[in-house]
Write a protein that binds this ligand. Sequence first.
Ligand code: 5GP
Length: 190
Amino acid sequence: MQALQQKIRDEGSVLSEQVLKVDAFLNHQIDPRLMQQIGHEFALRFRDQGITKIVTIEASGIAPAVMAGLELGVPVIFARKYQSITMSENLLTSTVFSFTKQTESTIAISAKHLTAADHVLVIDDFLANGHAAKALIDLIEQSGASIAGIGVVIEKSFQRGRAELDALGFRVESLARISSLANGQVSFID
Ligand code: 5GP
């Protein structure tokens, strides 16, 4: 997606060979027009797949997921992150290792929002080593729902998440694919 690549070039900053900072338009300040284009692009790629729900993870997945939900006309659920679960509500839970915080946390979705009849599109802001995506897949599979695919705004293709999700047989659609962050430069695939 050209507009996204241009935005990353113009406003992204390379923090290390592993980490890209995009808090000018995605992770802190949000560019609504770009999010709308992102939602439109996800909807184009997953149209006619019979999607009934979108699932993402708080906080940075919410903006692109809501825009995709608006375009596809389906509800959006965001998994919540907890240090420990004390809620008595009926929850689907999984654990996720955070790439940015380097800590493990529990994520949860209320079981009432997903059923075996649902066909789910997973959306997240970044795909790095695939921990967040796999934890979301785990939650969704606990509900009996099926998974149409995974939509990622920015994929760092040099980390192992993409290959692992491919190997598990999931359809992954990434709107920007980064092949390298070496020497402070962002290099894209395509
Ligand atoms: P994974 O679970 O695939 O290893 O990492 C994905 C999660 O970590 C995303 O939800 C995102 O919040 C965060 N993340 C991974 N890589 C980056 C990065 O380079 N920059 C930022 N801002 N977040 C990242």
